[in-house]
Design a protein around this ligand. Structure first.
Ligand SMILES: Cc1cc2nc3c(=O)[nH]c(=O)nc-3n(C[C@H](O)[C@H](O)[C@H](O)COP(=O)(O)O)c2cc1C
Length: 190
């Protein structure tokens, strides 16, 4: 009888240990922390992105165009400016400076951008098409001069229906506290 009890106890301890080890292995394969990628032409979205990375402990990554945008490029009053030409053509994909980011370890990717003509800048499309984001939760965030984020997210969903998009959030003037509350809700749902 004692032998049986001893054997049962040993089996239980071994299965608990195996279970704990499996959990350990899983957390080594997938990162619980998010990836926070952003494009910012004049620094506003960059600030929001830094706060998201700080409060979530996530990895911050800036999407940098090979050719930086000058202030002339950003002139929305000029129909011939680089940004106007890019935004008028849905096929344009501005080249990235770097495509060596390793996204494999992340389940959640925050993607930030300034609203340009009620849309995400085309370089966001270049980024999305340069990496394998399938199966990851994509969380857009944006800053703007007043426009909302919804239209840009609607377009991203339409263009990339196989990716998992959340509704995202406009972070114009959002406090660190507000960003912390929002991101912790997002991460809890994972
Ligand atoms: C080419 C261009 C187009 C823009 N279009 C819009 C727009 O449609 N709606 C809006 O509210 N703000 C618009 N803005 C303002 C930016 O979204 C806003 O200034 C943003 O916070 C800039 O972010 P950044 O500093 O990270 O580049 C536009 C700015 C640029 C340069």
């Amino acid at each position: 009888m004692n032998k049986i009890i001893l054997t049962l106890t040993a089996v239980m301890i071994l299965s608990f240990a195996a279970c704990a080890q499996n959990k350990g292995e899983k957390s080594m394969l997938t990162e619980n922390k998010p990836l926070v990628v952003y494009f910012s032409a004049t620094g506003t979205t960059a600030k929001a992105a830094r706060t998201i990375a700080e409060v979530t402990g996530g990895t911050l990554y800036e999407i940098v165009p090979q050719q930086a945008y000058t202030s002339d490029d950003l002139d929305w009053n000029d129909k011939q400016s680089r940004s106007s030409v890019e935004m008028n053509n849905p096929q344009v994909r501005p080249t990235l400076k770097d495509t060596k980011l390793d996204v494999t370890a992340y389940d959640v990717v925050f993607i930030g951008y300034p609203i340009w003509w009620d849309l995400a800048p085309r370089i966001i499309n270049t980024f999305i098409e340069s990496y394998d984001l399938k199966g990851k939760t994509l969380v857009p965030f944006a800053t703007s001069g007043g426009s909302g984020i919804s239209n840009s997210v609607r377009e991203l969903r339409k263009t990339y229906p196989n990716l998992e998009w959340q509704d995202g959030k406009l972070l114009n003037g959002s406090s660190r506290n507000a960003i912390q509350n929002w991101t912790s809700d997002v991460m809890k749902k994972q």
